[in-house]
Each structure stands twice: as structure tokens, then as C-alpha cells.
Design a protein around this ligand. Structure first.
Ligand SMILES: NC(=O)c1ccc[n+]([C@@H]2O[C@H](COP(=O)([O-])OP(=O)(O)OC[C@H]3O[C@@H](n4cnc5c(N)ncnc54)[C@H](OP(=O)(O)O)[C@@H]3O)[C@@H](O)[C@H]2O)c1
Length: 328
């Protein structure tokens, strides 16, 4: 599999990473055996970047990844972990806390659940409005010095925060939503990341499944129902866009998911899509996209099908953080 470096000094990883949010049941019931088989299949196929958050299933995906890595050479896989979202006993995500003491506390539990003595990329899920980013990143930097963390990452921050954090400790990777339906980072953040030598792990590359063209099913615990892009007229508009993409994909012998993944891969060698494949079938489809180069003509056809900024609806639900909030 093609390798890409995260940032100028970060880890060398497979050009496609796998994320575990869906394995925590965030998008409807998940199947633990299938999730484990998917992680094993990904590792066997040469995927060397696994992404998780300590709050995904209240630590359960870290435990799952820990199990998947048992008996394998730890140093062959880069583990990317988000922290800072406080959970309720029922699993709801409540609010952020990224104070330095939380960095150390969260990391201690993460290492135990993953069954490892270091994390490759450690990052706050979001910036805590009550804690300057310098303090949070400074605390992670101490964990780098102590050998518990290899590289510092961020998630969904603005340009000013990225700059300030990078002055505190070199940031290897910014994790941020980037897809044919979410191109906000092209407004300047991507350029700044490139200037600073910060890599990008792109999430939501399939727009949480919207870019597959399938109409969402009504499934227990599937938080996508509260996302504006999956609602009413927005959904109909967005599916119309995806059907246009489907025509482009079919003419090239691809699925719309593969074309959407290949499009993100084509946006630069500093970008690593982290795809939420949660079954071996989805994984196989995802990995095939890694080998599909897109020509300038293909890219122009994709652009005509889904012009930048044409998605209807915000990326996330608005308002105060409710218990069903899915912001990280
Ligand atoms: N930093 C952040 O703020 C942040 C936020 C969200 C996610 N992430 C990370 O990024 C990862 C990916 O994001 P995501 O899961 O939200 O979005 P995604 O990769 O855009 O969407 C994943 C969903 O797409 C559907 N799908 C259909 N065909 C697929 C295929 N071939 N491969 C993969 N998925 C296919 C599945 O839906 P069905 O389940 O309906 O089959 C799957 O649950 C997460 O697992 C997580 O690690 C980070």
C-alpha cells in the first residue's frame, strides 16, 4: 500500500487509515466480532494507521484495537487517539475538559486499554474554550518527552489555534472533516497546514455514509438522524448531488464511495483519509479505492457533479451540547 508521511516530521503511514467511531455503535448497532475481523483484515492488508477516541464507546474501541493488535508487532501500526470529551455512565458525550491533568489522566487509561506503552498521535478532540491550547499541547509535549506519546495532533481547530499550538510543540497532524461535501478547509486552513508542515488526516470522507448514495436507514442509536445533512430537504438535495457523482463513478467502473475516497487521496500526498469502514465488505471497497488514480479529466467530472460548497445543511447539529451531540 502507498505510504504517506503525516506532516514534515510525523509518522509514515498507509495512505488510507481506518477509523473506529462506527465500531462503537455511533451509526447504529455494531457487531464486535465483525469489527475485530475488519481491524485484522485492515492490518493484514497493510493499513498502518488506526484512529480512535477514548470516548468512542467509553473506551471500548480502544480495547477492541488493543485486542486486534495482540500478537502483532506494535511498532508496525500508528495509533491516533483523541481525548478530552467527558462521558456519562450511559455513554453520552457531555463536555470538553483538556486541562493538563486530564491529558495525563486520560493517557494513563488509554495506554492500559490499548495494551501499549505509547500512543503515536495524541490529540484533544476539540479545543476546550476554558483551557488555552498552549496548556493542553504543552502537557502533551511533556508526555512526548516522557516517551508516552510520539507525535502531537489536533482536531477541528481554526487557523489561529493551529498556529499557537504549533509554536508550543510541532503539530504533526490536523484531523479534520474533508470530503466532496465538506470542503471548508480549502478556505485557508489547508494552505496554512501546508506552510507549517502539518499533515491532514481527513475524516468524514464519505460524509458519514451520505456519499455512498444509500438512503439512511432508521437504526437504533444512529446519531446521523440529528445531523442537518441527513434531514428533510437537505437530504433530498444532497442525495441528488450524490446521484450525479454515481453516474461519474459508474462510467469509470467505480462505486461512488471509491470515487469519493479517491478524490480526497488526489488532493495531496499530505492528506491521509481515515475511513470509517466497519465491516470487511466496506473495508475491501475502501482499500480498492487506494489503487484508483484519478486523471485531470476525472477530477473535472467530479467537480461538475458536486461543485464546492453545494451541500445543503450544516456539518453538525447546532445549539448547546446535548447528550446526543456528536461534535467530536
Ligand atoms: N476528529 C473528529 O472530529 C472526527 C469526527 C468523526 C469521525 N472521526 C474519525 O474518522 C473516522 C471516519 O469518519 P466517519 O466514520 O464519521 O465517516 P465516514 O468514513 O465518512 O463514513 C463511514 C460510514 O460510511 C458508510 N460506508 C459505506 N460504504 C463504506 C465503505 N466502503 N467504507 C466505509 N464506510 C462506508 C458506513 O455507513 P453504515 O454504517 O450505514 O454502513 C460507515 O459507517 C471515524 O471512524 C473516526 O475515527 C473523527
Amino acid at each position: 500500500m502507498e505510504q504517506r508521511r503525516l506532516g514534515s516530521d510525523g509518522p509514515l503511514v498507509s495512505a488510507l487509515g481506518i477509523g473506529s467511531l462506527g465500531m462503537a455503535g455511533r451509526y447504529g448497532p455494531s457487531d464486535e466480532a465483525e469489527s475485530l475481523a475488519t481491524l485484522h483484515a485492515a492490518l493484514d492488508a497493510g493499513v498502518t494507521l488506526l484512529d480512535t477516541g477514548d470516548f468512542y464507546g467509553v473506551g471500548s474501541t480502544e480495547q477492541l484495537i488493543g485486542r486486534a493488535l495482540r500478537g502483532r508487532r506494535r511498532e508496525q501500526t500508528a495509533l491516533s487517539v483523541k481525548f478530552g470529551m467527558l462521558c456519562e455512565p450511559g455513554g453520552e458525550w457531555r463536555r470538553l475538559d483538556t486541562r493538563p491533568e486530564m491529558v495525563r489522566h486520560s493517557l494513563a487509561y488509554t495506554l492500559r486499554r490499548l495494551g501499549t506503552d505509547y500512543v503515536d498521535v495524541y490529540r484533544p478532540a476539540r479545543c476546550d474554550p476554558d483551557v488555552p491550547v498552549e496548556e493542553t499541547v504543552g502537557a502533551i509535549s511533556e508526555m512526548v518527552s516522557a516517551g508516552y506519546v510520539r507525535f502531537v495532533g489536533l482536531s477541528e481547530v481554526d487557523a489561529d489555534t493551529l498556529r499557537r499550538a504549533h509554536e508550543t510543540h510541532p503539530i504533526s497532524d490536523l484531523q479534520i472533516e474533508y470530503s466532496l461535501l465538506s470542503r471548508d478547509i480549502e478556505g485557508g486552513l489547508l494552505q496554512l497546514a501546508r506552510q507549517l508542515g502539518v499533515g491532514i488526516t481527513a475524516y468524514g470522507v464519505l460524509s458519514r455514509g451520505l456519499l455512498t448514495g444509500r438512503r439512511p436507514e432508521d437504526r437504533d442509536g444512529d446519531v446521523r438522524a440529528v445531523f442537518p445533512r441527513f434531514q428533510g430537504d437537505n437530504l433530498e438535495h444532497n442525495l441528488t448531488l450524490v446521484h450525479r457523482l454515481q453516474a461519474v463513478a459508474e462510467a469509470r467502473g467505480m462505486t461512488t464511495s471509491q470515487l469519493a475516497i479517491a478524490w480526497v487521496l488526489a488532493q495531496g500526498a499530505d492528506i491521509v483519509p481515515v475511513v470509517g469502514a466497519r465491516s470487511r465488505t466496506q473495508l475491501a471497497e475502501t482499500l480498492r479505492a487506494g489503487g484508483l488514480g484519478l486523471s485531470a479529466e476525472d477530477l473535472a467530472a467530479v467537480e461538475r457533479a458536486i461543485p464546492a460548497g453545494s451541500a445543503a445543511g450544516d456539518r453538525y447539529p447546532r445549539g448547546p451540547v446535548p447528550s446526543s451531540d456528536d461534535k467530536p
